[in-house]
Write a protein that binds this ligand. Structure first.
Ligand code: 3PG
Ligand code: MG
Length: 401
């Protein structure tokens, strides 16, 4: 169902808007932001609201805090708030509390055009409380801070956390809309799932079949072709009765892999050749083998014939949906397949190219390809679940058009 957007909000002059974003960004051990893509993704919404005279109370989770203050220190929102300030080009206030007197005072002191970032919402036990009353009591405290609610946290849309679902529920009667990022994510994915330009080609990589069983099944139903790469291709090859040498394989998932092959039939394309090595740390032993993988060797990337085959499929596609690296791409000598397929997608001007979040999005960015894709999702788990047809509790609480 179509959801209300920023365009449906009333005059915001002097209003306080609660904005739930997903600033759960990659960090180093000291908590420094190592990739700010998700922060940049929310800027259009934040800027649009500020330009309309609102002040903003920005809330997000960061990481998975344990409740141990020392261990959780890197998950404090200070560095994220500082990066947001740099990107927005304005002062961003940060309060060391999610709810309470300090947070309320800071929210009430906001003037039009000012931004306040609350502390990591997962520092408060209410955010993920199992007890609905506890969650609702926490949500009511946050809800009281704002005149309107904007959900721009696509990456968290598959979670029923308090700031995603209970806060907008507590704000019934006040405007509750999706932001520009969520709107774009939903527009792209809805089109892709309901009436894609065909052929719709899925490119699927990554380490494990087990992480993505439901996603693969959904892809097999919706796409015209699924091109497989990454370590999951060895599990699928083995399930098909092929030799894989000492390549990585999920032995306990062979039955599911067989089921996928049976379901997919001709739609599933496994690699026809492989880059193999004698050991992961011996890139100097790398060579290309066709078909099966001989004893004593392990696959680390798709081979040149597979690259050419997949590139041809991308070029003649109407839409390409890519999730998961095609080789062990974090090691440069094994990154050729991932890079080549990414480059071909980025260069295919007439093809709608959509990249799923997480490490695929990071690869696309690292290779400088992200801007040339139709869309790079900010969702990892949320992206996979949306393609699988999950209903998001967070969206239920947003006003319908
Ligand atoms: C994500 O990165 O997947 C989202 O921010 C949700 O985080 P979570 O998996 O810890 O709930
Ligand atoms: Mg996750």
């Amino acid at each position: 169902m179509a959801k209300k957007t920023l365009a449906d909000l009333p005059d915001l002059t002097g209003k306080r808007v609660l904005v739930r974003v997903d600033f759960n960004v990659p960090q180093d051990a000291d908590g420094n932001v190592t990739n700010d893509r998700r922060i940049r993704g929310a800027l259009p919404t934040l800027t649009a609201l500020l330009d309309r005279g609102a002040s903003l109370i920005v809330m997000s989770h960061l990481g998975r805090p344990t409740g141990d203050a020392a261990k959780d220190k890197p998950f404090q929102m200070d560095k994220v708030a500082a990066r947001l300030g740099e990107l927005l080009g304005r002062k961003v206030h940060k309060v060391d509390e999610v709810v309470g007197p300090k947070a309320t005072a800071a929210a009430q002191a906001l003037k039009p055009g000012e931004v306040l970032v609350l502390e990591n919402v997962r520092f408060h036990p209410g955010e993920q409380a199992k007890d609905r009353a506890v969650k609702a009591a926490f949500a009511a405290e946050i809800a009281a801070l704002g005149d309107a609610y904007v959900c721009d946290a696509f990456g968290t849309a598959h979670r029923a956390d308090a700031t995603m679902a209970a806060v907008p529920a507590a704000m019934k009667g006040k405007p509750r809309v999706v932001g520009l990022l969520v709107q774009k994510e939903l527009d792209v994915l809805d089109k892709l799932l309901s009436s894609p330009n065909r052929p719709l080609v899925g490119i699927l990589g990554g380490g494990k079949v087990s992480d993505k069983i439901l996603f693969i099944k959904a892809l097999l139903q919706k796409t015209d072709k699924v091109l497989i790469g990454g370590a999951m291709s060895y599990t699928l090859m083995k399930a098909a009765g092929r030799a894989i040498g000492k390549s990585r394989c999920e032995e306990d998932r062979l039955a599911e892999a067989r089921e996928i092959l049976a379901l997919g039939g001709d739609k599933v394309q496994l690699p026809v050749d492989h880059l193999v090595v004698a050991a992961l740390d011996k890139p100097e032993t790398a060579k290309v083998v066709e078909g099966d993988i001989p004893d004593g060797l392990l696959g680390v990337d798709i081979g040149p014939k597979t690259i050419a085959l997949y590139q041809a499929e991308v070029r003649k596609a109407g839409t390409v949906l890519w999730n998961g690296p095609l080789g062990k791409f974090e090691d440069e000598p094994y990154s050729k397949g991932t890079r080549a397929i990414g480059e071909t997608m980025a260069g295919a001007d007439k093809v709608i190219t959509v990249v799923g979040g997480g490490e695929t999005a990071e690869a696309a960015e690292e290779y400088g390809l992200a801007e040339k894709m139709t869309h790079v999702s900010t969702g990892g788990g949320a992206f996979l679940e949306y393609v699988q047809g999950a209903a998001f509790p967070a969206l239920v609480e947003i006003d319908d058009k």
